[in-house]
Design a protein around this ligand. Sequence first.
Ligand code: TRP
Length: 334
Amino acid sequence: MDNVKKTVFSGVQPTGKITLGNYLGAIRNWTPLQDEYNCLYCVVDLHSLTVAQVPAELRKNTMDLVALYIACGIDPNKSTLFIQSHVHQHAELAWILDTVAYIGELNRMTQFKDKSRKHADNINMGLMNYPVLMASDILLYQTELVPIGKDQTQHLELARDLAERFNGRYSDTFAVPEALTYKSGSSIKSLQDTSVKMSKSDPNENAVVSLMDDKDAIARKFKRAVTDCDTAVRFAEDKAAISNLLTIYSLCSGESIEKAEFRFAGKGYGEFKQAVADAVIAVVEPIQAEQKRLAADKAYLEGVLKQGAEQAGRLARRTLDKVYRKVGLVGRFR
Ligand code: TRP
């Protein structure tokens, strides 16, 4: 690893289907960072356990997501690609950070409150601890930049607070991370309700395009997407639905919003929606083909993950040793 380059860390949970929103808003923006920074990209399987999982599905989703990362352009020779649970220091640092995190601040987290409402029958300690584990992911690698969507800024703020609090109490130990937010695409909305983001946990199938959806499903979902009351294909604040579709079209086709408005001037929503679907299909089809090919190549994926866990583990050990020493734990005798 290059010590002059800044460290970037990000992760996605291996739950449900990765959406077009996740791709355009997150994973796609990770690839260009690989040359400029030391990047660590993680499949955060431990976080997934905070809501009920079917073990066999979690296992499959985890490997599928690793294959998808690579299919989306994460190059395991440039970046460290690994599974969170393969580096045991994540859980160990989370424990130490738990001793500096206050119940009050975790209790105020908006995602904790949302998820508690959604999973009222399973408000487990892990759900409350989720942001501490995320802080551990980030701080373990002396991360300086964290590419995240808007919905994660509160969690990053907590990671910063915990780093500063720990540094204040025990002397300088952690780099204090900053969010790396994207110019566009960070908030692709639901196709059915533009007041919410396109989320993989949305129960309405038509609201969400999965990166793994087939052609027909994609065409159907865009056809059914909500629109605004007039008929103009124009980007405007009071036209949230069409603006969302224009954003998707522009990000997938590479054509600017202005050019797209011009192209679809005077054309109906039907034609426009078909064009959006076609642009999306052109982006996802090659990713799907590559993901399938990689997912079938178990030996290759295992090699990547072995290397990733070793690289990440080396860095993680360095930070955790330092942390244990600072808080006064007696080092293990060898
Ligand atoms: N909470 C993040 C999400 O749901 C996933 C995540 C876990 C993460 N650990 C992280 C993102 C560390 C960035 C850095 O999107």
